[in-house]
Ligand binder design. Structure first.
Ligand code: ASP
Length: 576
């Protein structure tokens, strides 16, 4: 209303137009919102007739006067005014878009991705990219204010193992040789510490060739950070403060101090190293109570683990069958599900009544802090399998009972990760975080005797069951780094060939250092309240790693292959 009477020029896209008697109304849209334009057939016949020809998504520019609307629309910020148009220029015509440019569009995912530039016009999508931009700016400002330097590192590098496959790029100038795209800037940020840039950060693309899920993309963005002269506690404090700041600045939420949980505790109580602690239903191990009563399934199991689902003893046969089907899905992997209902009237009903007395089952319930009206769900099998299946079931129950609301945030640090894990198939050790992670001093002597018992100075920040970031205090001395690489199966020569540059650097005055990297796309999704990180990426890839808009990846022609000295072994016909 403060613009009433002013002459204005507006440019944008035609959202929709309506002809009502002698008037034509057009909703003009741009990134900032919608403004209503009016054309009067009687007063300006030519102009109004021209307006009547405009189609959806035409790009126009108008001059006119801001007037007060007689019929106000309080639901939009410009709803009190409209523009009485004096002149109209069509800057560009538009074909009818293949789906409606509305919050609730009629376009399916595949179609919207093919025309992502149209999808990006939708307000709901724009809001997500705006949130991303806001977060990036807030993070930059916060870290810069804390003396962090933003330093770029190269994309064409040599492979850095972070547990995934590398994307590789052939080098034209160096025949037969390849660059790898960084899975993260890990070794470069460590080198920057050796160079004395004691607080580094970068909002940076990382590339990992792995199978894709809703929260994975082949290229994704990290907030990558490293500090010198720090211990684990310094890193946790620094980045807990960053996260609290972001919640306050962006969402107006004050988070309490983040609780800490050891990896062992997380696995034992939640079956996951990224527990969702918005709700309870912690695991209870029932081996000693349940074995030796003639129930073979339990007697043969390595682990019998249960959760107590509050107020769910009224679950019907059908609901319990559905839960059994859920845990038996190959992705969940349990063989079956046992239930015990602690009914409101004090009676007990279970799927294992044959093997246990009501008193025994009652005692299980007590051990699990169950109350009348609760439902016990129990899974058994090998340790790993039953824990991971129970983790899935616990989250599923959390969803079913509405215990995972999007606007509640339960952060924590998971600490004391094991340094190594064993590959069940090959028997080889892998670094649980990455090969540059240091061991806890007090566990060092175990490194020779029982390496799997050694804990690392490694930590993850987890919020609502999502691993938002992870890092470690690094090894900063040559012989230790060498030892670690040997443990991981690198020969002396291989270690030197692959990581000689880093180990050399450690001999020229490397400060103690450590850091962390956050998944920026995941932070965006968490703040935006949706599950898929794709929504927060302007041009994401689909599940097959394809960009269906530009049709990538694609074949190279022979000339280009020749120039790169590449000879392809077999090309399947019929694919383009
Ligand atoms: N480079 C690690 C990662 O991408 C993070 C870190 O250790 O700082 O997970």
């Amino acid at each position: 209303m403060s613009f009433k009477g002013q002459k204005v020029q507006l440019s944008g896209w035609v959202q929709k137009s309506r002809d009502l008697g002698g008037m034509t109304f057009i909703d003009l849209r741009d990134r900032y919102g919608i403004t209503q334009l009016t054309f009067n057939l009687e007063e300006n016949t030519d102009l109004c007739e021209e307006a009547r020809k405009l189609g959806r998504e035409f790009v126009i520019q108008i001059d006119g006067t801001v007037i007060e609307r007689s019929n106000k629309n309080p639901s939009i910020p410009t709803g009190e005014i409209e523009i009485e148009v004096k002149s109209l220029t069509i800057l560009n015509a538009a074909k009818t878009p293949p789906f409606t440019i509305e919050d609730e569009t009629d376009g399916g995912e595949e179609l919207r991705m093919k025309y992502r530039y149209l999808d990006l016009r939708r307000k709901v999508v724009q809001e997500k990219l705006k949130l991303r931009s806001l977060l990036a700016q807030e993070i930059r400002a916060y870290l810069a204010n804390d003396d962090f330097l933003e330093i770029e590192t190269p994309y064409l590098i040599k492979s850095t193992p972070e547990g995934a496959r590398d994307f590789v790029v052939p080098s034209r100038m160096n025949e037969g040789e390849f660059y790898a795209l960084p899975q993260s800037p890990q070794t470069f940020k460590q080198l920057l510490m050796v160079s004395g840039y004691d607080k580094y950060f970068q909002i940076v693309k990382c590339f990992r060739d792995e199978d894709l899920r809703a929260d994975r993309q082949p290229e994704f963005t990290q907030i990558d950070c490293e500090l010198s002269f720090v211990e684990q506690e310094d890193v946790l404090q620094t980045f807990e403060a960053l996260m609290k700041h972001l919640f306050k600045a962006i969402k107006g939420i004050e988070l309490n101090d983040f609780p800490r949980m050891s990896y062992d505790q997380a696995i034992k109580n939640y079956g996951s190293d990224k527990p969702d602690i918005r709700f309870g239903m912690e695991f209870h191990e029932l081996n000693s109570r349940s074995q030796g009563h003639g129930f073979k399934v339990f007697d043969d199991a390595e682990l019998i683990v249960g959760i107590c689902v509050p107020k769910a003893s009224n679950y019907s046969r059908k609901q319990l069958d559905a839960l059994t089907d859920f845990v038996k899905r190959p992705q969940v992997g349990a063989k079956g599900l046992v239930y015990v209902k602690l009914n409101d009237d004090g009676s007990i009903k279970s799927s294992i009544d044959k093997f246990y007395t009501a008193d025994q089952l009652q005692a299980w319930g007590e051990a699990m802090n169950a109350k009348k009206g609760d439902l016990l769900l129990i899974i058994s099998g090998s340790e790993n399998q039953s824990r991971s299946a129970m983790n899935e079931l616990r989250l599923h129950m959390g969803d079913q009972l509405g215990l995972r609301p999007k606007n509640t945030f339960a952060p924590l640090w998971v600490v004391d990760f094991p340094l190594l894990e064993k590959d069940e198939e090959t028997g080889n050790f892998h670094a649980m975080h990455h090969p540059f992670t240091s061991a806890k001093l007090e566990d060092l002597e175990q490194l020779e005797k029982d390496p799997l018992l050694v804990r690392a100075n490694a930590y993850d920040m987890v919020i609502n069951g999502v691993e938002l970031g992870g890092g470690s205090i690094r090894i900063s001395d040559r012989s230790m780094q060498n030892k670690m690489l040997n443990l991981l199966g690198f020969s002396e020569d291989e270690a030197k060939a692959q990581f000689g540059f880093l180990m050399d650097a450690f001999e020229y005055g490397a400060p103690p250092h450590g850091g962390i990297a956050f998944g920026f796309d995941r932070i965006c999704a968490l703040f935006g309240g949706t599950d898929s990180i794709r929504d927060y990426i302007a041009f994401p890839k689909n599940n097959a790693g394809r960009d269906v808009m530009i049709n990538a990846p694609s074949r190279l022609d022979k000339a280009q292959l020749d120039e790169l000295n590449l000879h392809l072994k077999a090309i399947k016909k019929g694919k383009d």
